[in-house]
Design a protein around this ligand. Structure first.
Ligand SMILES: NC(=O)NCCC(=O)O
Length: 383
């Protein structure tokens, strides 16, 4: 699929009459997000380094007993800088360099927590079903070169780093996982969260490489707020978001790799709905560009063999618990989205809408326990 539009927002800005634009944004986005005044040095560095930089802020009402809890998150989306046939170590090094120059700008913008895209150290090569060389991109979550690289960034910039990688778990026979490593701003590895739901759709042949994650729904207490990571396809599963929220997540990152023909109409809805339903902030991130492979592969649908998975459409954004959202980053360019949020908004919206209070979870817990039994009888009323 062609890259097409630069972004939905640029199209709206261009074609909606100025007198209607604010109302269109209110209806589509829950209002116009406050634009952050980002440092001139950051804006010029982004331009020089050829990535888009956008910044927005979400407000909360002042409270008497709690101070505002302001945090800045940074979402990074990027293309792979080198062709997929390049030597593995060279590709990884180039991605480290690219991320380093983006994170440096995030630091100038005062970002406290940064999150990269799914499997950020590699092409999203699982469509090929080939094992080599792709499995060579896997690394230890605890002390692999990428984790060490991120620990240095975290310490240097006093920033929490969420680093989604292909993990090799040496303790369990060298098995592979799709995991996000969470590194504290002290530089310590806080832990990891493995992808719970593995796609079996289109060319996303990830089950050839790794199984469903076994780390549950961990939430990480950081100096800047409680965070969780719901990796890519997990965003189609409302219960996955719910469990991260049940464990106390105020911000849920959703590092992804997904393509226009499959999911673009779902993208603006799912993470945003999860922010509303769970009274938290959600941060979906998607890679950009089209990645080509030397060996053609088929989709198992009788169609012709092809050399790419399709266009990754970027469009990373942040949704707030009140249902408002930022505009998305570009559909075609590397980018950094800086978003300031007052985490007090989570409880304020919870007290307004009461979804946690009215959720009737005990009713669903009982019924779901029944429904997963092999001899479950659905409750269908017949004439
Ligand atoms: N990476 C991944 O899980 N992609 C699946 C496709 C989608 O969820 O949109």
């Amino acid at each position: 699929m062609a890259e097409g539009l630069e972004s939905l927002e640029s199209c709206l800005e261009q074609y909606i009459p100025p007198e209607d634009l604010a109302e269109v944004k209110r209806i589509l986005y829950g209002g116009e997000a406050r634009k952050l005044d980002l440092p001139a040095a950051a804006l010029s560095a982004a331009q020089e380094r050829d990535f888009e930089l956008q910044g927005y802020g979400f407000e909360a009402a002042p409270e008497q007993l709690r101070r505002p809890r302001i945090v800045r998150v940074g979402l990074v989306q990027n293309k792979i800088p080198l062709p997929t046939e390049t030597a593995v170590a060279v590709q990884v090094a180039a991605l480290h360099r690219r991320i380093e120059e983006i994170v440096e700008v995030a630091a100038v913008c005062g970002v406290n927590i940064v999150c990269f895209q799914e499997a950020w150290t590699m092409p999203f090569a699982f469509c090929t079903r080939e094992k080599l060389p792709w499995t060579e991109f896997a690394e230890s979550a605890e002390d692999g070169p990428t984790t060490k690289f991120c620990q240095e960034l975290a310490k240097k910039y006093n920033m929490v780093v969420v680093s989604p990688i292909l993990e090799r778990d040496e303790i369990h026979g060298g098995t592979l996982w799709n995991a996000a490593v969470v590194i504290s701003n002290s530089g310590a590895v806080l832990g990891k969260s493995r992808k719970n739901h593995i796609p079996r759709v289109g060319d996303f042949n990830e089950s050839t490489y790794y199984m469903e994650g076994n780390t549950g729904h961990p939430v990480f207490q950081t100096q800047f707020g409680t965070i969780a990571v719901n990796i890519c396809y997990g965003r189609h599963h409302p219960l996955n978001w719910l469990m991260f929220s049940m464990n106390g997540a105020e911000i849920i990152f959703n590092p992804s790799a997904t393509i226009g023909s499959l999911s673009e109409s779902l993208w603006p809805i799912e993470a945003r709905n999860a922010a509303i339903a769970n009274h938290c902030f959600t941060c979906p991130i998607n890679r950009v560009g089209t990645e080509y492979y030397k060996n053609a592969f088929t989709s198992g649908d009788g169609g012709k063999a092809h050399h790419d998975l399709g266009h990754f459409y970027g469009s990373s954004y942040v949704a707030a618990p009140d249902g408002s959202r930022t505009p998305g980053l570009s559909r075609t360019q590397d980018g950094l989205l800086v978003v300031e949020m007052d985490l007090n908004l989570c409880r304020q919206v919870s007290d307004k809408w009461n979804f946690k209070m009215t959720g009737r979870y005990e009713m669903y817990a009982d019924k779901l326990t029944e429904a997963v039994q092999p001899y479950f009888i659905p409750n269908i009323i017949k004439e």
